[in-house]
Design a protein around this ligand. Structure first.
Ligand SMILES: [Zn+2]
Length: 189
């Protein structure tokens, strides 16, 4: 079972996530309303039962976390583009967690805003990635934001073996359905 509740089902879940995000509701609000949706449509055939507080709660919390990370990044990216800074600074905020490895290596990288790097590595770059980009007017200003202007671009930045996978490549984002089906598959184990 892959937890797929169909297109209409996932759009209902997405509507709930959008409402939670826009009105600043916490994960528990989403969990409660998702529970009603699951009960109403009898999705508990394919989902962990709502009464299984730990498994159901975990899926709801993870879905909320993944969705809000993507939406916050979308907002930040739009603000960044509107601000028109000459330089952009890549910051990794979770170097020993989900962003360990390549994202951590990119931390502090300072590049012109129009560099092709940003067309591949606009965060988030993986599920639950909390990396961010900020704008700076000068190399000195970038240092105050945690940037290292002397840091050189790793040679693998556009290597197919190393770039973010297709769901996150170049500002691509997985849909709520893709996120949900993947999370439910994990919770089955
Ligand atoms: Zn990251």
């Amino acid at each position: 079972m892959d937890g797929d509740v169909g297109k209409a089902g996932w759009s209902a879940v997405e509507g709930l996530l959008a409402e939670a995000f826009q009105s600043g509701q916490p994960a528990l609000w989403f969990q409660k309303h998702l529970g009603s949706l699951v009960a109403e449509h009898q999705w508990d055939v394919v989902w962990p039962p709502v009464t299984d507080k730990s498994r159901f709660g975990e899926v709801a919390a993870d879905l909320y976390r993944a969705y809000t990370a993507i939406e916050y990044a979308r907002q930040r990216q739009a603000q960044l583009e509107a601000a028109g800074h000459a330089l952009w600074v890549y910051r990794c905020h979770d170097p020993i967690g989900v962003c360990a490895g390549l994202h951590a290596v990119l931390d502090g990288l300072v590049l012109p805003a129009d560099h092709a790097f940003w067309s591949i590595w606009a965060p988030p770059n993986a599920p639950f990635c909390t990396c961010s980009v900020t704008g700076a007017r000068s190399p000195d200003a970038s240092r105050r934001l945690g940037g290292s202007p002397e840091k050189s671009l790793p040679t693998w930045w556009d290597d197919v073996e190393h770039v973010p996978d297709a769901s996150y490549f170049g500002g691509e984002r997985p849909s709520v359905r893709e996120l949900g089906v993947a999370l439910l598959a994990l919770s089955d184990r």
